[in-house]
Structures are given as structure tokens and as C-alpha cells.
Design a protein around this ligand. Structure first.
Ligand SMILES: [Zn+2]
Length: 140
């Protein structure tokens, strides 16, 4: 079975908010809230412990940048969640960053317990990427 997140770097290229040699940040296709993004290593790894030291540094740098950018755009401190554990649907390591104290997307909340997820539209994903990318500055 092909890994969706291994292909996401190519498939989601137009909506990538940030990337370096090891990781990228992109809006999630099934957002729980507006401003929900994922940090994804480019190389397939299942867990944080599977990353090299350099990849782990890049992963946490991108996560911190995403937290700052989401906070600036949505005005609340974001949540940071690695893999989603029991809710995990992807074998490829990923972290979620999403605004904490904002409303759930209506359609997503109504769909809990129902097979199938509500995808954001291409327009919604592009708007999310554009809104967050504005605040995404990297100073090495
Ligand atoms: Zn993968």
C-alpha cells in the first residue's frame, strides 16, 4: 500500500507553507479546525525515534515555526500533537499544529463516528496555506 504522506511532498507542492531538506509544513486535507497544518518528514519514518538527529532538529524547528505562525494568524496558542496515536490513520510520522481555542469545523464535528472524513476544498486549503505562510519566517 503506497504511503500517502510519502507522496504528499509532490502532491501538495502548491500548498506547502514551509520546507527544508528534511521536512515540510502543509495544511491537512481533513482539518479539524481552520488553520490546522501538519509537519511531515520527507523521508518515511514512523516515529520520532526513527529520525536522524538532523531530521529531528528540522522537524522541531518546523513545528516551532508553525506554532508561531498559527498563533499570529489565528490569535490563540496552538496545540501540538504527534501522530494522533489511537486516531492515527497514517504510518508516516507527522505532527499536527492547530489553533486551540477556536471552533471545530462544523462538518467535521457532525461527522464524528461516521465512516469517511470531510475534506477541505482546494480553495479552503489554499487560503489556509496563504494565511499561515505570511507569518512563516525563518531566521537561521
Ligand atoms: Zn511514508
Amino acid at each position: 500500500m503506497p504511503c500517502e504522506l510519502c507522496n504528499a511532498f509532490e502532491n501538495e507542492k502548491s500548498r506547502i507553507i514551509y520546507s527544508d531538506a528534511h521536512v515540510f509544513v502543509v495544511p491537512i486535507l481533513h482539518p479539524i479546525k481552520d488553520g490546522h497544518v501538519m509537519i511531515i518528514p520527507i523521508r518515511h519514518a514512523e516515529n520520532m525515534k526513527d529520525l536522524t538527529a538532523e531530521e529531528a532538529r528540522a522537524f522541531m524547528t518546523a513545528a516551532n515555526l508553525a506554532m508561531d505562525a498559527v498563533k499570529k494568524e489565528y490569535g490563540v496558542t496552538p496545540m501540538f500533537l504527534v501522530n494522533g496515536w489511537e486516531y492515527r490513520s497514517q504510518p508516516h510520522l507527522h505532527a499536527h499544529v492547530l489553533p486551540s481555542k477556536t471552533n471545530l469545523r462544523g462538518l467535521y464535528a457532525a461527522s464524528e463516528g461516521v465512516v469517511g472524513k470531510i475534506e477541505a476544498s482546494v480553495e479552503e486549503l489554499t487560503i489556509t496555506a496563504d494565511r499561515i505562510r505570511v507569518h512563516f519566517s525563518y531566521e537561521s
